[in-house]
Ligand binder design. Structure first.
Ligand SMILES: Cc1cc2nc3c(=O)[nH]c(=O)nc-3n(C[C@H](O)[C@H](O)[C@H](O)COP(=O)(O)O)c2cc1C
Length: 448
């Protein structure tokens, strides 16, 4: 049958993990507000969206336990599971037909009439598709390339696309140089493994992301031929928008409330024309609330994979890495090491800051600190750091355009905090301990 959003929702429903909202909600502000009440951590199904026949789902990828659930791995074992899939991808395979083409629309396409595309924030320029995966064929490698890009509904069959990371932009520029459009399909409503793997860094790994998705799912993603472009589409997708990004055409995109919780400015971005909308019977639209955990976490987990590999290169005893949600899933990292040599804390800082231009502040701790607990991390900073020796500041380097303090000067200073203790004084940093503590449960002692 193949893996699908539906099969995933059924599992969530059976295990009591899917919240269902039957009350009528508006796609303008109300639906987004509800998704944001739980920061996108609660799988939520909206049965009745005002003015539409189509239900909407969100909150599928905003929680590590949920992601661990569909990867079949403990939330602390995500990196090994993803690395194993990256080493042994299971390529997608073509099948003759699939449910994503049960209905095909090629004439008089009006995307906002067809689809409950939400408007999220007060000053957003309009309605935005935020949970759509754009799939293209890499013109050099010939492989599928998937990534999520927000798309602003402009009018009728027209969308503008915000492309920030270089992978897709380079492909678009190559086609533009040849005066040719870049063909794409946009996938709305997919199994969350596809959402997660779309965040793999292609530049670094050159991977076929659908192949990694297949390995994680334990079966190849089934593809069918698209109707109006020379591409294939995952057969189980709820809604597919086929189209072309036109060369030498730009449209004003934004402002839009972005990842870090600020409005990104309007800018001129590539422009796409949709040539066909295909969908399953009774399709489900998928939305991701911008700046929610669901917006940050899939990307943060893939950054953790890269970060782990970079740090391990210099510090083989690295234990865990955590790209935090409050750091917008890209500005802050916490790393634990089983320190064996003096200086390894600083080495880990150098490796981390070099792993991606977006990191601003990195904290390195010993492996007796729980890097998933902000209290424990702050405790280590408070009790193990002397700022004159343990804080490293790099003068402004490249930063991230999603961050306003970077944008006021166009560059970003970087800081590393080495919160590991000096090995020679290890005995002074021994944590207090109560024998048998974990086996003692307060509930067993409280009166009913
Ligand atoms: C919900 C969500 C929305 C995103 N929106 C955008 C976007 O609008 N523009 C963009 O360039 N990247 C966006 N990203 C990040 C890209 O999808 C991500 O960087 C992807 O890994 C790009 O692939 P690449 O590294 O192979 O180029 C988004 C990610 C998520 C999870």
């Amino acid at each position: 049958m193949g893996v699908s959003l539906r099969s995933h929702l059924e599992k969530l429903l059976k295990s009591g993990q899917l919240a269902r909202i039957k009350k009528r909600v508006s796609a303008e502000f109300e639906l987004g507000a509800l998704l944001n009440k739980t920061k996108g951590t609660l799988p939520t199904f909206f049965d009745d969206v005002k003015g539409y026949q189509m239900p909407v789902v969100g909150g599928l990828c905003g929680d590590r336990d949920l992601i661990g659930g569909f990867l079949g791995a403990d939330k602390k074992e995500l990196i090994p599971a993803i690395l194993a899939a990256m080493s042994n991808p299971l390529p997608a395979r073509l099948v003759p037909a699939g449910p994503c083409q049960e209905h095909v629309i090629t004439n008089n396409i009006d995307l906002l009439k067809l689809l409950p595309i939400p408007k999220f924030h007060e000053k957003d320029a309009g309605h935005f598709i935020t949970g759509g995966i754009i799939l293209v064929r890499d013109p050099v490698l010939g492989r599928y390339f998937t990534s999520i890009r927000r798309m602003q509904f402009q009018s009728g069959n027209k969308l503008s696309v915000l492309i920030e990371s270089p992978g897709l932009l380079e492909m678009y520029y190559q086609k533009e140089k040849q005066n040719q459009p870049l063909e794409f399909v946009i996938l709305i409503g997919v199994h969350p493994v596809l959402t997660l793997t779309s965040q793999l860094n292609t530049q670094l790994y050159g991977l076929d992301k659908l192949g990694v998705a297949g390995a994680l799912l334990g079966e190849s993603v089934e593809m069918v031929k698209a109707k109006t472009v020379d591409l294939e589409v995952p057969a189980q997708t709820e809604i597919v928008l086929e189209g072309r990004m036109l060369p030498h055409k730009r449209m004003t995109e934004g402002p839009f409330g972005e990842l870090a919780g600020y409005y990104g400015p309007a800018s001129e971005q590539p422009y796409a024309e949709i040539t066909a909308v295909t969908h399953r019977s009774n399709p489900i639209f998928q939305a991701i609330f911008p700046s929610s955990y669901e917006h940050k976490l899939p990307n943060a987990i893939m950054r953790e994979v890269t970060l782990y590999l970079h740090v391990r290169h210099l510090v083989p005893s690295v234990k865990e890495v955590h790209v935090t949600m409050a750091g917008s899933g890209r500005f802050h990292a916490v790393i634990s090491i089983a320190k064996r040599y003096e200086g390894e804390g600083k080495s880990a800082i150098m490796a981390a800051l070099a792993a991606n231009k977006d990191y601003k502040h990195v904290v390195v701790v010993n492996d007796d600190v729980d890097i998933w607990d902000p209290y424990d991390v702050e405790w280590a900073i408070a009790t193990r750091v002397q700022a004159d020796e343990d804080v490293v500041i790099i003068p402004p380097a490249r930063g991230c355009s999603l961050e306003p303090s970077n944008n006021i000067r166009g560059v970003s200073a970087k800081m590393g905090i080495d919160a590991t203790y000096p090995l020679a004084y290890a005995d002074q940093f021994e944590r207090v301990r109560i024998p048998g503590y974990d086996a003692i449960s307060l509930e067993d002692y409280l009166e009913a």
